[in-house]
Design a protein around this ligand. Structure first.
Ligand code: NAD
Length: 348
């Protein structure tokens, strides 16, 4: 753990900028000194909290006390803020998606000379995601052949910059970047092929939802879905293995694992439906399966910033590696490519 006291400035003090400020209040050795936002009202809000309101981005860069800059502007502004901050020798935490195109992110990575760039892929600390990883690690379900990861809302795409192309809107860039990052962290192998479709239910300009299938080499088929017109939500996670299934229904981590305990007893009573008979779809009897609790994993999101500070001090490795961020941006490009061609595309 660092001994140094880090001082941070927030550039873009909207909803997420303020979320970071609140979080940082409970992190030792890190303090928010001030903010820069183009909106006067946000500057006044910062001052009402006792923070310095810088009158330009240059003023932030010139403040020798600032060790770390958080970029929490809309997505199209990230590249410029990050490159200028790195050129000024400041360390940067950049909100996700790091930027809108992988080629831009390569330029951002290359601007690290005396300081470092970190991308805020905070959903690596999501407890539902960590619990799925734990299920795989403990091999609870036997060989896993299918994973479905979904986030469903019913409010349409937000009416702010997220609904515009020029500011980097759309759900692939917004929520996709989180669940795609989780998918790539879940398995070591390459993603050989990708197939994706998008929806435009509440917005014609950008995607307001998407479904993507990733075909991992020697791994499962991984389905990802973001929806904003889902008045009935499907579970957050659905995982199928040879010997059992797991479901995590929601952010509250409700769900369970069901495993087969007796393969030999096969006395299925056929189900009679109005128009036919099925033995295949007859439910298993209770004495051949066991329902178990999820192996819940807890996390502390403050570890993100602890890792940032320790990495800057050379005390540990960066958890969210920039090469991993670049791979996710490239995967998003493959998704758009698949959508445009309406076909399966090669990825790695
Ligand atoms: P927001 O619209 O609430 O806030 C953006 C702020 O940036 C606004 O106050 C705006 O005035 C300001 N701004 C715009 N251009 C600027 C510029 N050139 N210089 C300084 N300030 C500028 O948006 P938000 O929801 O806070 O999203 C901000 C970023 O955070 C986005 O990149 C978004 O994808 C990301 N985000 C991440 C998470 C997460 O969980 N990691 C969650 C929400 C948003």
């Amino acid at each position: 753990m660092t001994e140094k006291e880090f001082k941070m400035a927030i550039v873009g003090f909207g909803g997420m900028g303020n979320w970071h400020r609140e979080l940082i209040e409970s992190i030792e050795h890190l303090q928010v000194k001030g903010v820069y936002d183009i909106e006067e009202e946000r500057a006044q809000f910062a001052e009402s909290l006792g923070l310095k309101a810088y009158d330009s981005f240059d003023a932030v860069l010139e403040d020798a006390e600032i060790d770390l800059i958080l970029c929490a502007t809309p997505n199209d502004v990230h590249k410029e803020v990050v490159i200028r901050a790195l050129n000024a020798g400041k360390n940067v935490v950049c909100e996700k998606p790091a930027t809108m195109h992988s080629a831009d992110f390569e330029e951002m990575m290359a601007a690290q000379k005396t300081s470092r760039l970190f991308v805020h892929q905070n959903r690596r600390w999501d407890e539902d995601y960590l619990t799925v990883r734990e299920i795989l690690k403990q091999n609870i379900l036997g060989p896993v052949f299918k994973i479905e990861s979904r986030v469903h809302g019913s409010r349409g795409i937000p009416g702010d910059w997220r609904g515009t192309v020029e500011h980097g809107g759309g759900m692939v860039l917004d929520w996709g970047v989180h669940i795609l990052d989780q998918a790539l962290q879940m398995f070591d192998g390459k993603v050989k092929k990708v197939y994706a479709t998008i929806t435009n239910v509440t917005n014609e300009l950008v995607d307001d939802g998407f479904t993507a299938q990733l075909f991992f080499e020697d791994g499962p088929v991984y389905t990802l879905e973001v929806g904003t017109s889902n008045f009935i939500s499907l579970p957050r996670w659905y995982v199928l293995g040879r010997d059992g299934s797991a479901v995590i229904r929601d952010w509250d981590l409700s769900g369970e694992v069901v495993r087969v305990t007796n393969w030999d007893k096969n006395d299925a009573v056929p189900i009679k439906t109005a128009a036919g008979l099925t033995k295949t779809m007859a439910p298993r009897t209770e004495d051949t399966i066991k329902t178990e609790k999820l192996p819940i994993v807890h996390s502390d999101i403050r570890d993100y910033y602890r890792n940032v500070m320790d990495t800057i001090e050379g005390k540990c490795e960066q958890i969210v590696k920039n090469e991993e961020v670049l791979r996710v941006l490239r995967l998003m490009e493959a998704i758009f490519d698949s959508v445009e061609k309406n076909q399966v595309v090669d990825f790695e």
